[in-house]
Design a binder for this molecule. Sequence first.
Ligand SMILES: *Cc1c(COP(=O)(O)O)cnc(C)c1O
Length: 427
Amino acid sequence: MPVKTLPFDRELIERIAAEYPTPFVMYHEEGIRKRARDLNQAFAWNDGFQQYFAVKATPNPHILAMLAEEGNGADCSSVAELITCERLGITGQDVMFTSNNTTLEEFKVANDLGAIINLDTPHHIDQLQQLDRLPEMVSFRFNPGPERQGNVIIGDPKEAKFGCTREQIFEGYKACAKLGIEHFGLHAMVVSNELNIDALLQTAEMLFELAVQIRQETGVTVECINLGGGIGVAYRPEEDEVDLEAFGNGVKDLYESKLVAADFPPVRLMMENGRSMTGPYGYLISKVINQKGSYKNYVGVDACMSNLMRPGMYGAYHHISVLDKQDQPQDQVVDVVGSLCENNDKFAIDRAMPETEVGDIVVIHDAGAHGHSMGFQYNGRLRSAEIIFNDAGEFRQIRRAENFDDYFSTVDFNAVKIDRKESATSV
Ligand SMILES: *Cc1c(COP(=O)(O)O)cnc(C)c1O
């Protein structure tokens, strides 16, 4: 069986766990920074290229700050995400607001920050007119419908609620130009968690062709094209990561054949990756607390689906290593489970693992995106701490674990009275 290597050892885990009990998520600083640099490097040929980190993947301010240091902007889709940026001083065109089913209030917050407004539909143009001032730059989200296939996370494009049709795109640019908006972008987000470069390149090709068409149909020339996010994570050890350099070069070839060849003026490319920027560099650290055999064999850990819901929600594979046992024979087949009263609270089903004992440290890989951020409090399970560590073996907590005061902070027990009726207590 292939293994995934770990950029830390038991000694570091023990030092962290002595201060912050398991479960917790730990993020590898150099891993995240290198990924950001590699992506920028792959697109260095494009003047003004910018990656906007999709905040929803890992909305921790320390991580956003680190990514901002590496040149990332922020892709937001809610007021809370916009406020996070505002507090960090990430403003103006370093913020992309890509939302759907949006309210006027949300557009106001985004526009006050000076964000690029990425419209899901021309229906939202009415809302733009109600803002104090028009956005500096507007883009539209294209949904190719039956022309493309999509995948499980984002859905089949023609069934997906996101974006608008080609006709609506033309109509949208014309209406915005008429209103006096001067700067335009174009956007699509068709696939997510895609490891196949060809599928990612199809989006670039589709958007480059569309930009030329928009120019012909509407007279609007887009200044930037946002290829969306969607670069996948090699969750399974036998999968290969996306070769960013090959991807960047593939986009460059299309840029030349579709845009330069059509005499299109220079376009700034953008991406808004979330998952691939932090996913592989986050580890959910948990401990074996129980083992049992009934009709199957179970390894019970102290993390549960509320720390990482991807396996429970989409049956997603997350690799699991038992610390210091990676080289041992994987001769037990088990379900690795949390303690929620839901049978899909399982990190793995029928997984071959080495023999485990209570107290073993279990590392759940690729938990750095859509892990903590999808957390919830069902069954009174609380969100864990987040820790960042580096190659020098230093670590710091970047979000504390929730406590019971947090859990109960939204109810007022003083306002509750149990009115026990005589009849209920006496027989
Ligand atoms: C979620 C999302 C992203 C990030 O997608 P990844 O697959 O995590 O890279 C980018 N853009 C939009 C609009 C999104 O909703």
